[in-house]
Design a protein around this ligand. Structure first.
Ligand SMILES: [Zn+2]
Length: 117
């Protein structure tokens, strides 16, 4: 991968991080509004809150992945699978610029039951 490609990914990742930051902020505000409703409007309990929490949780994880990808750009290891060391296919990075490992490793990680330490 050359320098200009790296720059493009960096720009995309930075944009994505901004977007996620705003979405997380909005999600947190929505959660806050559910927990502490303003005025005497009683909120509908249930689905709304769970849904928002799951969404924010996912976005936080994605933001983490974006941060790690940005660090790999600085380290010079961007585009290399963190698990097996193979070069990630360009198509995968195009689709998911924050992908840390190849599809094979991702499947392995997902299939593995958590090990007791
Ligand atoms: Zn791999």
């Amino acid at each position: 991968m050359n320098e200009s490609q790296l720059q493009q990914y960096r720009t995309r990742l930075l944009d994505l991080r901004e977007q996620l930051r705003d979405e997380i902020q909005e999600g947190i505000e929505a959660i806050d509004a559910e927990i502490h409703p303003v005025g005497d409007v009683s909120p509908e309990p249930g689905e709304g809150l769970d849904c928002e929490l799951a969404l924010v949780h996912n976005e936080e994880r994605m933001r983490q992945a974006v941060n790690e990808a940005l660090r790999r750009i600085d380290d010079g290891t961007f585009g290399i699978c963190v698990a097996c060391g193979r070069v990630l296919p360009q198509a995968r990075l195009e689709a998911i610029p924050y992908a840390g490992c190849c599809i094979v490793c991702e499947r392995k990680i997902e299939d593995q039951p958590p090990k007791p330490d």
